[in-house]
Design a binder for this molecule. Structure first.
Ligand code: FE2
Length: 154
């Protein structure tokens, strides 16, 4: 890798991590929730591929999976009790909002697909699309498997 490419890659990674830090601060997360969530799918993904670009996209997708929550109102995002039906409707827009954000970052188009699909579930009960049994989510299954240990995409 040449110096310019290395600098750009580091800038992309730093930008993605800064975005996630902004969300973690807004959610008053103690610790590095998003970074912890991002590492587990990466470890799993390495068992299925050695493709460096694919692994980078999975890491970024996992790291930024909840970035769309930046667009959720404080009254909902920070609510202490259970969300009502209308609040859940708003909360369930975060994968699409996150996709809109991440898809605008050059070179993160596949990561954006992961962001969009990270709340999908194998049984079709997820959102935003209610995908059922899909195996072509490019990493979404890795994030899903990590979050839902009973989920079997393969
Ligand atoms: Fe989420």
């Amino acid at each position: 890798m040449n110096v310019e490419a290395d600098i750009l890659e580091r800038a992309d990674a730093a930008f993605a991590e800064a975005l996630v830090e902004a969300l973690d601060i807004r959610e008053h997360e103690a610790g590095d929730h998003s970074k912890r969530v991002a590492c587990h799918p990466l470890v799993l993904a390495r068992r299925f591929t050695a493709d460096t670009e694919q692994l980078r996209q999975i890491y970024w997708g996992a790291l930024l999976h909840d970035i769309g929550k930046i667009g959720i109102a404080d009254a909902i995002l920070l609510k202490q009790g259970a969300l009502n039906e209308d609040e859940w409707l708003e909360m369930r827009t975060h994968p699409e909002k996150g996709h809109r954000i991440v898809a605008q970052i050059p070179g993160m188009e596949k990561a954006a697909e992961i962001v969009l699909s990270h709340e999908e579930r194998f049984d079709g009960s997820g959102y935003p699309c209610g995908l059922c049994g899909r195996t072509d989510l490019f990493g979404g299954e890795t994030v899903c498997r990590n979050r839902y240990p009973g989920c079997h995409y393969f």
